[in-house]
Design a protein around this ligand. Structure first.
Ligand code: C6P
Length: 407
């Protein structure tokens, strides 16, 4: 991958912050959009903007073709057997809530939902609420000291009572790439459904739902070079057929009388009201961009950058890195002595370096790590080794700034 050429595609990266060149190390929160995505959005807005599925006129037909074309593209990107299994939502969070409410009606008192302690709040709270509503029990897979899931415990935890396993593919804090395949095979033995939170995997590595055999997969456009406000829920056809719609209204119905109504077929019964067509157009352009570069190459680049970052940061006295050394997704979460992560992030910002600091929407995991918060640097296809050098240098400066004789 030619990263310096790739960087030319991202206008936002070429600016100065506090007089320094921007170094954007927060792509796990939101990635940046290449020109092709920005242009696709602009062209759609200039030429084709209209409502979908209802208009006979030419603009309406074009908008519908864009929207359904985007759905087909998403389906191909994740290896879904049919576009009907791709439901457009706002983001990963909405996808999880949709399943927790709708598919959640199949949960009964005494059923068990199995999660991990590393889940993002978005893949935890909807299941907590479901368990409370339906009288189910939440169970958690234990982690080993490096933050990886202790697979030896699975036979004890995955039983006939387990109805659903909800697990993140890649942790947004630890960077752990979870053994989804092993978890799904174990779930198959007992007939449990598996929901994979792909927010941090789909943007960064090849993910094929047929090969994984997961029941549900969710991800967000804004973390994969696309715009905000568009996300995806993939479901196996039989799992989606077990769900009632959550939102009711226009465009999700087949026939309506004053007293009652019935629903359209998949996927439209889950997309009530006017959808985010321009978001779908941007997501489709983002998928074209990523596909052209190759998800394998993007993953390999991130692995290389991450290994480099871990190596460099480990050399700085006082730095504690959380999560396994390798393999890991494209991010490094750490602390610098006892300097508060918000202070570290503020000093880094003065150097033009954007990182995230806080609990990263993973408070239970922070407790497990026994820290109130951490700093996180996260990488993508446009991250360079020179940027990691600058991060390491700025961390040394941060230590001096706080007058710490760490190490
Ligand atoms: N994590 C981060 O900085 P939304 O906000 O719905 O697009 O994605 C939610 C979400 C779900 N699961 C995982 C594993 C995630 O990492 C995220 C988003 C961002 O880590 C924002 S909190």
């Amino acid at each position: 991958m030619n990263v310096s050429l790739i960087r030319k595609d991202f206008p936002i990266l070429h600016q100065r912050i506090h007089g320094k060149s921007l170094i954007y190390l927060d792509s796990a929160a939101t990635s940046q959009m290449p020109l092709s995505v920005i242009k696709a959005i602009e062209e759609y807005a200039r030429n084709d903007n209209s409502n979908v599925h209802r208009a006979i006129h030419t603009l309406g037909e074009r908008a519908t073709a864009h929207y359904e074309g985007a759905r087909a593209k998403v389906a191909r990107f994740i290896g879904a057997p049919a576009p009907q299994q791709v439901i457009f939502v706002r983001n990963t969070t909405e996808a999880i809530n949709l399943v927790a409410w709708s598919w959640g009606m199949n949960i009964h008192p005494g059923d068990e939902l199995l999660l991990t302690p590393m889940e993002h709040h978005s893949n935890l709270i909807p299941w907590q609420q479901l368990a409370r509503r339906r009288g189910a029990k939440l169970m958690f897979m234990p982690l080993r000291s490096d933050g990886t899931i202790d697979l030896q415990e699975l036979p004890r935890l995955i039983t006939k009572k387990t109805r659903l396993i909800a697990v993140t593919h890649v942790s947004n804090v630890l960077g752990v790439i979870n053994p989804i395949q092993e978890i799904i095979s174990a779930a198959r033995q007992v007939g449990a459904r598996v929901f994979v939170d792909g927010a941090q995997s789909v943007p960064h590595m090849p993910v094929d739902v047929k090969a994984l055999d997961c029941d549900f997969l969710a991800f967000s456009g804004h973390k994969m070079c696309g715009p905000m406000g568009i996300g995806v829920l993939y479901g196996k056809a039989d799992a989606l057929e077990e769900m009632e719609p959550l939102m009711f209204g226009g465009e999700m119905i087949s026939t309506v009388s004053l007293e009652t109504a019935d629903w359209k077929e998949l996927p439209w019964r889950f997309e009530a009201g006017t959808p985010n067509v321009v978001g779908a157009v941007g997501l489709a352009a983002a998928i074209d961009y990523l596909t052209e570069l190759g998800m394998d190459s993007i993953h390999a680049h991130e692995q290389q950058i991450t290994r480099y970052a871990v190596r460099l940061l480990k050399r700085i006295p006082g730095v504690t890195i959380y999560g396994p050394e390798h393999p890991r997704g494209g991010l490094v979460t750490f602390n610098l002595g006892d300097i508060h992560p918000h202070d570290v992030a503020t000093v880094l910002d003065q150097e033009g370096i954007a990182v995230r600091a806080g609990h990263h929407c993973c408070q239970p995991l922070m407790r497990w790590l026994d820290v109130p918060a951490t700093v996180r640097a996260s990488f993508y296809l446009y991250t360079t080794e020179a940027e990691i050098d600058a991060l390491a240098h700025a961390l040394e400066k941060t230590k001096e700034f706080f007058g710490h004789g760490i190490g």
